[in-house]
Structures are given as C-alpha cells and as structure tokens.
Design a protein around this ligand. Sequence first.
Ligand SMILES: O=CC(=O)O
Length: 328
Amino acid sequence: MPSKRLSVVVTRRLPEVVETRLKELFDVRLRDDDTPLTRAELVAAVKEADILVPTVTDQIDAALISQAGDRLRLIANYGAGIDHIDVNTARQRGILVSNTPGVVTEDTADITLALILAVTRRLPEGLAVMQTGDWNGWAPTAFLGGRLGGRRLGILGMGRIGTAVARRAQAFGMQIHYHNRRRLRPENEQQVEATYWESLDQMVARMDVISVNCPHTPSTFHLLNARRLKLLKPSAVVVNTSRGEVIDEPALTRMLKAGEIAGAGLDVYEQGSQSNPDLRNLPNVVMLPHMGSATQEGRVEMGEKVIINIKTFADGHRPPDQVVPAML
Ligand SMILES: O=CC(=O)O
C-alpha cells in the first residue's frame, strides 16, 4: 500500500525531527499535548489506525487489541521493551508488533553506571550539602563511599545492554559476573572477562552490586523476589534500569528500610510513575524517572527505527524489528 495512504496514530509527542519525517511519509495523527492517551482515546485509535505507534506508557493489552478495527495491521512501538503489549493476542489477530532495540543500548548502560556510581559514591548526599550550603569543607571521614575497582558486579541478563554495562564496569576495574538464560560464547565471555553463574541464587549471594538488565517477561517477573533478595550481602547494592516488575519492590523497600542491604539505584518501578513513596525518603536510594534511554540522539534514533519498521511493512515486508511471542 502506498505509505501516504496508511493511517498512523502516534500516542505521545516525539522529537520534532521524527514527527516531521512521519508527516512527510504517512497520513499521521500526532499528539498536541504530551500526556498519554486516555483509555477511550486509545480504543478510538486502534479502531481507526492502520498502524499504531505506542510507547511504554500505553497499555496495549488483550482487551484493547480485541477492540481493534480490521485495519490495524502493525503496532510499531517507540521503545525497546514490549511488556506493555500483549504480543500473543496481537499475533492471534494477525497484527504484527515491532520495537526499537539496539539504539537504546549504550545510553541505558551509561545510566546504569551512573546509578552504580551515585549509590556507591553517595553522590546525592554530596549534591544535597552543596545545594543547601551546608558543606563545611573537606574532612577525612566525610562522605566515604566504596571503591568500584575490585567490587563484584553481577549482571542479571547479559543481552545487548548487559554486555554494554559489563564493558563499562570492566573499565572501572569491577569484576564481572553474570546470569543469563543462555551462557555467552566463550569469546564473548572473554571479551568482558565475565564469570557465568548458572545458579542465580549463588550469584546473588556473592555480589557487591547486582544490575538488572533483563527484559520483563512472564519468566522474569519478580526474578528478584523476597527470598532471593534475602540472599544478598548486607553491603550489597541493587541497580535496576530494566523494568520495575523484575524486582519485588515492596520486599526491596522493606530491606532497604531495615538496612539489610546497603542501597539501591532505580530508574524503573513496579507501578510505573507511581513509585513507592516509602522508597523516596530513604537516604540509601537513588531514584531516577525512567530516563535510561533519554538522550537527544537515542530518542531520534528510536524514531528512525519506528519509521523504518513502518516503511518496510508498507512495502510488503516484515518489519526488521518484528517481535514474535517466541522471543519473550
Ligand atoms: O524503557 C525504555 C524502552 O523500553 O525503550
């Protein structure tokens, strides 16, 4: 079908260059304000669109997909994670799903290291005294954190982002460990000098820092549950730049409050933006507003990927970043 006749509905404001390109290529409906569509607006969107471009803030669940019109053929997600989309139901309805992997890798790995550093080197406490003017000058015992070099980093999920985290952590002198569904090829393992743990329990019990870098799928939901979190050393730090659902957040919060682990650096939360209020006031927790992929460059590249997926589909081929249930 000629692209210009394809009706594309985008649920959120995107970088201007991306919106401009979308307008040039497709019959596109863009958002005026940057709030998520209401449920009713989403229902209307899936009824009228040939192609929906949602983001992580939209729940594209079975109930919504079952209300889609016959025209809806592709859900071209703006983002890598697709746990907000019921890929199985889409497939049953003959609707393809695509995402934007790869372009979020380095930026998310950067934020992961930023969180590891922020927690272990107590950056928020340093920032706070500077902002309040309460700094009394250098002192031998003030703001003492932990040295990254020599610390054991356990990466949970050694895909693209996990590997990019490993490369960075290696440069900081950390010892790299990982747990993954599949072990890396020996040459890839050697490149980041990583030690593989088949048992997640055993890895968790021995690490100084745990970084969650696996996607949220039915099999990773609460992978770090209360029992597993209890295995952590009291000096351990947990960092999550993946999805909140991989960690039992109330259990993590209880342990942080009780001082049973040293700290946490979180970019994602179980209830999305409704982050646990108990976490917010803890001095040993650094919280960010889901900004792992938030660079100018990355967000434009994500848009370019969305456009390539739509164009390829419009030209009668499978989108290069098609997601199928077997990948979950
Ligand atoms: O979290 C961000 C993404 O899924 O791309």
